[in-house]
Ligand binder design. Structure first.
Ligand SMILES: Nc1ncnc2c1ncn2[C@@H]1O[C@H](COP(=O)(O)OP(=O)(O)OP(=O)(O)O)[C@@H](O)[C@H]1O
Ligand SMILES: [Mg+2]
Length: 459
């Protein structure tokens, strides 16, 4: 039996291409033309096509030409890689094979391209090494600790899929940043990322916030209103503090995930929704399940892909890096020119436990920015908590109870009095709307001490 090449190429469920060594297209089958490159018949020979259209899975422009030349110079004949091709309706992931062959003494390449986008919905491929994506991620998520590098890998995997993601971790560890990054790197990035803080609303308000309502559904429902599920259609819904939702909302959320439809409050017409859910919590959900507060079936629906954010004290070596990042940010926001953090101050920061994690570190640097003199952050510029708790670990033997009173006199003796200029004090007071209690707490001094300062400066 003989096969006709054209018939075969037409029936092949994959793109096929033949080029010369300059990547000028000599042949392209209909599948490649229609389904991969979105070209019209007759456009098959569009030159430079291959060079401009591909990206690696870490979203770097892929230099096809350079790669082919490398292949030849290394005397390799075949090449495989998974690549992304940009498309109007959404990028496709292609498994890509190239092979060099000679015809009439001239080198040519044959390419076979298989679209594996659908398979990618369940994550199967090994994480790629990082390129520009890592850089992009890092520009928002700072850190170089092995634990954080692992998080980068998880984020890129999650971004490549559409599965629901659960982000756990203590308060201030960057859970929301992870949600931002996954959305920004995913195919859904041009669609909305809608955020709902589930702890901020009462049960009935949360329900109408999520599901929307129709006019007259309850007192105050003066017109039809779409909920967050509908707003997030095609995009991503970030459900923050998911551990706080009531049993009845849990049931409703489970139904949405299973049926991919919602009903507005006061209405029973189903509306189709398509969104990826990223949920976050600082609760131990398995513990909540044991206590009967959280539904196990919902947990498994949300926890398809788990990202656990490490506490700052588990990645202590990142403290200097993060501090520098926040110092840069502070300089940008305030126009100051703070050079950095003194050795002594950094020593305290490295010892502190940071219960509030990165957010607390960020606040500590902001605090120091107000007090800093000579453009170098010194121990006395840091918040009281950082100085005191650190001292406590220095002064108190393990197991001995620590009270504020045992520390305070020592602290004052060691560190001397709070030194602050008139302008700095003005700035802090302004920031706290001249609320003296808050200002005193911020500066880590008593209200009387603050009052004395105010009097001294004649404010
Ligand atoms: N790796 C990081 N690099 C730079 N900034 C970070 C990083 N992680 C967190 N931050 C910053 O710390 C703050 C807290 O982060 P985020 O709001 O994402 O934490 P969270 O885990 O959602 O906290 P919570 O549980 O309290 O809501 C934000 O201002 C965020 O920009
Ligand atoms: Mg948060």
């Amino acid at each position: 039996m003989r096969f006709n090449f054209d018939d075969l190429a037409r029936e092949m469920p994959a793109g096929m291409l033949i080029t010369d060594t300059q990547l000028e297209v000599l042949y392209m089958n209909a599948y490649a033309r229609d389904k991969i490159f979105d070209l019209k018949p007759g456009q098959e020979r569009a030159s430079l096509l291959l060079r401009s259209k591909f990206y690696t899975t870490d979203r770097q422009v892929f230099d096809m030409h350079g790669c082919m030349q490398n292949m030849i110079s290394m005397k390799k004949r075949t090449f495989h890689k998974t690549l992304i091709i940009r498309k109007k309706g959404g990028d496709s992931l292609l498994f890509f094979t190239a092979r060099a062959f000679g015809v009439e003494g001239l080198e040519h390449y044959v390419f076979v391209l298989v679209d594996i986008s659908d398979e990618m919905d369940c994550i199967t491929h090994a994480p790629q090494s990082f390129g520009r994506e890592e850089f992009e991620l890092r520009s928002r998520i700072v850190g170089n600790d092995e634990k954080v590098r692992h998080i980068y890998r998880l984020i890129s995997l999650a971004a490549d899929s559409t599965v629901n993601v659960l982000v756990t971790g203590e308060s201030g560890t960057g859970k929301e940043l992870v949600a931002d990054a996954i959305h920004a790197l995913s195919k859904r990035r041009d669609k909305p990322l809608v955020k709902v803080n589930c702890a901020a609303l009462s049960e009935s308000l949360l329900e109408s916030e999520l599901f929307g309502h129709v006019k007259g559904a309850f007192t105050g429902a003066i017109k039809d209103k779409a909920g967050k599920f509908e707003e997030a259609d095609g995009g991503t819904l970030f459900l923050d503090e998911i551990g706080e939702i009531s049993q009845s909302i849990q049931v409703k959320l489970l139904r949405v995930i299973q049926q991919k439809t919602i009903e507005r409050v006061g209405d029973n017409r189903p509306i189709a929704v398509d969104m990826r859910i990223i949920a976050a919590t600082n609760r131990d959900l398995p513990e909540s399940i044991r206590k009967g507060i959280f539904r196990e079936d919902l947990y498994y629906r949300l926890n398809v892909f788990l990202i656990r954010m490490p506490a700052l004290r588990e990645r202590q070596l990142d403290i200097p890096r993060l501090s520098d990042h926040f110092v840069d940010q502070g300089n940008e926001n305030t126009g100051k020119q703070v050079r950095g953090i003194s050795k002594e101050a950094m020593r305290l920061m490295m010892r502190y436990r940071w219960p509030g994690n990165i957010r607390e570190l960020q606040n500590a640097i902001e605090h120091a920015f107000v007090l800093v003199q000579n453009n170098l952050i010194e121990p006395e510029d840091l918040p009281e908590s950082v100085r005191l708790e650190t001292l406590s670990t220095e002064m108190v033997k393990p197991g001995e109870p620590v009270t504020h009173a045992t520390i305070e006199p020592e602290f004052v003796k060691r560190r001397g009095r709070l030194s602050i200029t008139r302008e700095q004090l003005m700035e802090v007071l302004e920031k706290h709307n001249w609320n003296q209690s808050e200002t005193a707490r911020f500066l880590g001094i008593s209200r009387v001490a603050l009052w004395k300062k105010i009097k001294k400066f004649d404010l």
